[in-house]
Design a protein around this ligand. Structure first.
Ligand SMILES: Cc1ncc(C[n+]2csc(CCOP(=O)(O)OP(=O)(O)O)c2C)c(N)n1
Length: 668
């Protein structure tokens, strides 16, 4: 049987058909848009050959894919149908990519292991690396595809991902589709040299530079890259020189920044024409065969579009569904005390130890967490010794890498419990947390979920200055999709962390550094079956005259204040320790206010827009009729935190301020 570069006629026609289908889909989607039936489009035209070359060597449903928004031909190659892509284009509820929740082209398909993609250029690389870490741990012979344009390689995450995957020889193929433009920005304004050149220097990383409009040349590179990935030799980066035949998106007009000559030169490199020519030259396919396919695809895409238009839209009442898991919360056993006294950091260590024993898929990593050191606060001490380097290891010094890879691991069914060394440095990971971790369940209508745990030391009162004292809860309290636990003592820390390790949602687990070894936060140690349910506040003290809603270190500042108030005024103060900020126990807050009729919210984050601001608003909404005085807040000043104790004391909230405000409320 005649073959061209090893491909039979039948296979070549199949590839040609997918290329044409992808091209017709672009055309049809732009028509639908002009007809006012859809809202946005990003085209694949000009990128088809390199994408289908990639799809040829990946095993759909076994291997993993993190495609770019231009990867429609790649997704067709894996098995996604034109109808499914049209449902996405028209934002219909049956769209398997996102049920109309994301812009078109943000691919996701559980059956083909296409992991849900966002619009953030560059977040996908580290997630792909995380999935490759999961693959390596599972010892499966799977590989991971991740794709982007050349513009997105300017994001730091690209370089972090090359570093991590190369260091660990992970089976990732980075496909960089270089069409020379990031919207209107030419690569000469983007990249110091070429992406191929700037990815040099990583040990174990293979690099390929190909004409991405040539299917056969691209296929050869992918074949080589995949072979070495499957043999455990490490990642590859394939830079495909492609053409962007359409404007960046339907909102762009490339004639504003590209000359007609340049556009014509690109059109001459059309990958569909190239494949046709190669097949003619080899006399393997006749022109009628291609013409028949063209006709069939025009007809099929037209019919598929009509079908997709007939399908239902998402219902408005479902707009906020899939924010959190529906799975019931794990249930605690009866509490048994196993030790008389334990400090909070040791309780955290024991919780991790117990959960690692219980769950073989739990993995711990972060900066300095491994070995005898066990983290700068010793929370992970002795865990590497007990569970080995493959399950408890040091990460590179890169917060986005820690969270990005954790997302990829969690999407592949593992349970990463990672540490960010100081809350003050979590900002490098903010994109991964805000746009990815928090949104993955929502945007994939629960096809994908990301139940990773981020442990993060926070808070001041430890002479830490601007960059070791920050409270970060205000930022994350604002964010739907992530649970927040914030224990104030050892027993709660153990029970809440064990719960965090078992729930099906992402959790930010905030650990106040000042409480790690704080004598008052030491408690008896509950046994391994003890869990603290999320959304259940604890009454620290009971009283009738005033409620203080608080959490973390402020529980102790409130206790001091309550003592002073009782001795000076005789008032009895009820202190409510929230234990989790999301979910928030509004019920306990409300019951306490019904009893005391006066409330103060004390929190360590700065005043403006801190969690207490929202809690005060909720109290105004839900408890107004029970109040005999205004809702007041005591919080940090709206300031950075100075290092000198004279500055720090003036900025962070103190018990004396709670006393002053409480007295005003009691006298109101
Ligand atoms: C983090 C981030 N910054 C900016 C954007 C807006 N944006 C969307 S696509 C794009 C250009 C991407 O260019 P490139 O990676 O080369 O891919 P191409 O569109 O050329 O295929 C930009 C700037 C974004 N989506 N995400």
């Amino acid at each position: 049987m005649p073959r061209l570069h090893g491909f039979t006629k039948k296979r070549l026609l199949h590839i040609y058909e997918l290329m044409v289908q992808s091209r017709r889909l672009d055309e049809k989607m732009l028509t639908l848009l002009k007809q006012g039936k859809s809202y946005f489009h990003m085209g694949c035209s000009g990128h088809e050959a390199s994408q289908l070359a990639a799809a040829e060597v990946f095993q759909a449903g076994k291997d993993w894919a993190y495609p770019y928004y231009r990867d429609s031909a790649f997704c067709l190659g894996l098995g996604m149908t034109g109808r499914e892509q049209l449902l996405s284009s028209l934002s219909r509820v049956e769209d398997p990519n996102s049920s109309g929740r994301q812009m078109p082209g943000h691919f996701s398909h559980r059956n083909y292991r296409i992991v849900t993609q966002s619009s953030s250029t560059g977040t996908q690389y580290l997630q792909a690396v995380g999935t490759a870490m999961a693959v390596a741990l599972s010892r499966e012979n799977e590989i991971v595809y991740v794709s982007s344009g050349e513009g997105a390689t300017s994001e730091g995450d690209f370089h972090e991902a090359l570093n991590w995957s190369s260091r660990e020889r992970l089976p990732v193929i980075f496909h960089i589709q270089d069409n020379k433009y990031a919207i209107s920005v030419h690569i000469s304004e983007q990249t110091a040299g070429s992406v191929y050149e700037l990815s040099a220097g990583y040990n174990h990383l293979a690099r390929f530079q190909v004409d991405g409009t040539d299917f056969f040349e691209s296929h050869l590179a992918f074949q080589k890259a995949v072979d070495r990935a499957r043999k455990g030799k490490g990642p590859s980066v394939i830079v495909s020189d492609v053409v962007r035949l359409l404007s960046h998106s339907s909102s762009d007009d490339q004639r504003k920044y590209r000359s007609e000559e340049e556009l014509e030169t690109d059109r001459e490199r059309d990958p569909i024409l190239k494949l046709r020519e190669a097949c003619f030259a080899a006399k393997i396919v006749k022109s009628e065969d291609f013409d028949k396919i063209n006709e069939r695809m025009t007809h099929q895409v037209g019919q598929d579009a009509l079908w997709a238009e007939s399908r239902p839209h998402p219902l408005p009442e479902t707009a906020t569904d899939h924010m959190y898991s529906d799975a019931p919360l794990p249930v605690s056993g009866e509490k048994k005390v196993i030790a008389e006294k334990i400090v909070m950091v040791d309780a955290i260590n024991h919780a991790l130890h117990e959960e690692m024993s219980r769950n073989d898929k739990m993995i711990i990593y972060g900066q300095d967490v491994a070995g005898d050191k066990g983290g700068v606060f010793t929370a992970t001490r002795r865990l590497t010794e007990e569970f080995g380097q493959t399950r408890v290891f040091n990460s590179q010094l890169a917060e986005s890498s820690i969270v990005g890879t954790a997302i990829g691991m969690a999407c592949a069914g593992w349970k990463p419990v990672v540490e960010i060394q100081f809350g003050d440095y979590i900002w490098y990971a903010m994109m991964q947390i805000r746009n990815e971790l928090a949104a993955i369940r929502y945007r994939s209508t629960s096809d994908w979920s990301c139940p990773a745990v981020i442990r993060v030391p926070v808070g001041g009162y430890i002479h830490g200055g601007l960059y070791h004292s920050q409270s970060i809860d205000g930022y994350f309290f604002h964010l739907p999709g992530i649970r927040i636990a914030y224990p104030s003592n050892a027993e709660d820390a153990k029970g809440l962390l064990k719960m965090a390790c078992r729930v099906d949602d992402p959790v930010m687990f905030m650990e106040h550094k000042g409480l790690y070894r704080y004598a008052s936060a030491a408690t008896t140690e509950p046994d391994e079956d003890y869990l603290v349910p999320f959304g259940q506040a604890r009454l620290v003290t009971e009283g009738e005259d005033l409620t203080i809603i608080t959490y973390g270190m402020m529980v102790y500042k409130s206790l001091e204040a309550a003592k002073t108030l009782t001795s000076s005024t005789g008032a009895r103060v009820e202190i409510v320790d929230l234990r989790t900020l999301n979910p928030l126990d509004l019920d306990t807050i409300s019951k306490s206010i019904q009893k005391t009729n006066r409330v103060l919210v004390a929190y360590e984050d700065n005043l403006t827009n801190g969690p207490g601001a929202e809690i005060s608003a909720l109290i105004a909404d839900h408890c107004f009729e029970y109040l005999d005085s205004p809702v007041r807040r005591v919080a940090a000043k709206d300031s950075h935190i100075g290092f000198s104790p004279y500055l720090e004391n003036a900025i962070l909230p103190q018990s004396v301020e709670i006393v002053t405000v409480a007295e005003e409320l009691l006298e109101y």
